[in-house]
Design a protein around this ligand. Structure first.
Ligand SMILES: [Fe+2]
Length: 243
C-alpha cells in the first residue's frame, strides 16, 4: 500500500492545493493527515473543506483544538494567538464540529501510528534524536515500530539505531523491519526547515520506503492574504523564509 502523509496544513490554501494536485498525480492508496489544519494562515474553512471532501483520515492538532474551542491557546505565541482568535470567529459551525470530533491518533494496519506532536502528548515536540528516543517506551506500549508525527514543521526521520535527520530535500529512505522510527513528513502550510516549499511524505508499506517530497506553491498569494486579513506581518514573512 502506498500511503500519502500530510501534516501542519495551517489554513494555507495554496500549499494544500499544490500538494493535493501532486498527490492526485501519484494516486496513493490512502492519505492521512497528522493534524493542524487550523492556525497561522487565512483559509481555515477552505483547507478543512478540501480534506473533508476527500475523506482523508485526520487527527487533532493543538491548533485545531484551540480553533474549535476545546483548549485555550495559553502557550501560543502572540502571532499564533492572533491567528487562532481570527479563525475561531470565522470557522463554519460544521467545520468546528468536525474539528472537535477528530481523534488524538490514527492507527494503520496495527503496524504504524500517527500522532500530532508526540505519542505522550500532542503538545510535545520531537525536534531531535534524543526527543525521539524519549518517546521509545510509549512506542513500545503502542505495539508498533513506526510513528508518524508533525508539529515541529521539520521534515525529519529519527531511527532507534542511530540518529538520522533529513531536512528539506526530496529523498527516499529505506527502512528496516527490525528497527524503530519516528518520521515527520514536514509541514504543508508553514515549513520551518529552511525550505519554503510545501512538504508531504509517501510511505510504501510493502517495500518499507519513505519518500520526503516538496512542492512549490505561490507563497506571495498566501502571504498577501495574511496581510489583507490584518493578521501579523511576521506570519506572512516567515513563509518565504521557511522558518
Ligand atoms: Fe503545527
Amino acid at each position: 500500500m502506498l500511503l500519502g502523509i500530510v501534516a501542519d496544513l495551517h489554513a494555507n490554501l495554496e500549499a494544500t492545493q499544490a500538494i493535493l494536485k501532486k498527490l492526485d498525480e501519484i494516486r496513493p492508496d490512502r492519505i492521512i493527515c497528522l493534524g493542524d489544519l487550523a492556525g497561522y494562515n487565512a483559509n481555515p474553512n477552505e483547507v478543512i473543506d478540501l480534506i473533508r471532501e476527500r475523506d482523508i483520515a485526520c487527527l487533532m492538532g493543538n491548533h485545531d483544538a484551540a480553533a474549535c474551542g476545546l483548549e485555550e491557546p495559553w502557550f501560543f505565541n502572540s502571532h499564533a494567538q492572533a491567528a487562532i482568535s481570527w479563525q475561531a470567529e470565522r470557522l463554519r459551525e460544521d467545520n468546528r464540529r468536525w474539528l472537535r470530533n477528530l481523534p488524538p491518533a490514527i492507527r494503520l494496519n496495527g503496524k504504524f501510528i500517527g500522532v500530532h506532536g508526540a505519542l505522550v502528548s500532542r503538545d510535545d515536540y520531537i525536534l531531535d534524536w534524543l526527543d525521539a528516543m524519549r518517546q521509545m517506551d510509549a512506542l513500545e506500549e503502542s505495539g508498533v515500530r513506526i510513528c508518524f508525527f508533525g508539529h515541529s514543521h521539520r521534515a525529519s526521520l529519527f531511527s532507534e539505531k542511530g540518529g538520522v535527520e533529513i531536512t528539506g530535500q526530496t529523498i527516499t529512505c529505506q527502512l528496516h523491519r527490525n528497527n524503530r522510527y519516528f518520521i515527520n513528513p514536514g509541514s504543508v502550510g508553514q515549513p520551518r526547515d529552511h525550505d519554503c516549499r510545501a512538504a508531504f511524505g509517501l510511505f510504501d508499506t510493502a517495500n518499507l520506503t519513505f519518500e520526503f517530497c516538496r512542492v512549490e506553491y505561490d507563497i506571495e498569494i498566501t502571504a498577501g492574504k495574511i496581510l489583507a486579513c490584518g493578521l501579523p506581518a511576521g506570519l506572512a514573512n516567515r513563509l518565504a523564509a521557511g522558518r
